[in-house]
Design a protein around this ligand. Sequence first.
Ligand SMILES: Nc1ncnc2c1ncn2[C@@H]1O[C@H](COP(=O)(O)OP(=O)(O)OP(=O)(O)O)[C@@H](O)[C@H]1O
Ligand SMILES: [Mg+2]
Length: 240
Amino acid sequence: MSTERTGLLYEGKSKRVSETTATDRVISQFTDDATAFNGVKYAEIAGNGVMNAQLSAFFMDLLAQNAVKHHLIAVLNDTDQLCERVDVMRVVVVVRNIVAGSFARRNGIEEGQALPVPLVELFVKSDPLDDPLIGHDAAVALGLAQPWELRLATDQALLINQVLRDFWAERDVDLVDVKVEFGRTSNGMPVLVDELLPDGCRLWERGTGRKLDKDVFRRNPGDLAETYREVVRRATGGAP
Ligand SMILES: Nc1ncnc2c1ncn2[C@@H]1O[C@H](COP(=O)(O)OP(=O)(O)OP(=O)(O)O)[C@@H](O)[C@H]1O
Ligand SMILES: [Mg+2]
């Protein structure tokens, strides 16, 4: 029996997530919308949804081959993906290899310094609060996640970081940082959810420092489509 869309569950900044005839599954549709700074900067970029869907599925697949559990069940077409329905954790995990972005600003240091070991930071998933940094104990005290869930999510995030970092290193690109979301499946286990895109990472070309990620859009939206086409070419070796 095929799984059909029923109602819209969530319309976000880059995807439309719908309920389906199977109560434990959703369909995630990647749209052409691109935003930055929590939606303050917005553009519709032709082909963005298709490229994002292709990239996210490609990296989910790569991670599954490396023992990372994720929500993607099947690619339905260019933009739509069938996923396990989850209870999204309100804590987002960021792993950093090189100083950049909010870590540089918050600590008053320049971007670009390599960190001695990958560093994990937790953020609250909250648009009104602009996703603030939160400590492990505070996340537990506020009931956002159980200690064992944070341990599991942190271990998985470090593994994801390692796999993606090695993948990009072979292509002469540094994975500077990566942001991942987790959700609880029907049996309560946290798995990787949402998406895996240059939107949620920083990728810097070795030697030139060329940025192949969302920072391009933050500075000049017009260049995003070309940059993402370049990421698809480098990642998959094929035409976008
Ligand atoms: N398998 C899933 N089951 C249920 N919800 C999911 C699943 N995967 C992703 N989501 C949620 O659906 C929404 C996807 O939309 P999108 O990524 O466009 O949102 P967003 O605007 O970035 O907002 P957010 O800051 O909440 O991610 C997110 O809130 C995400 O956590
Ligand atoms: Mg999102």
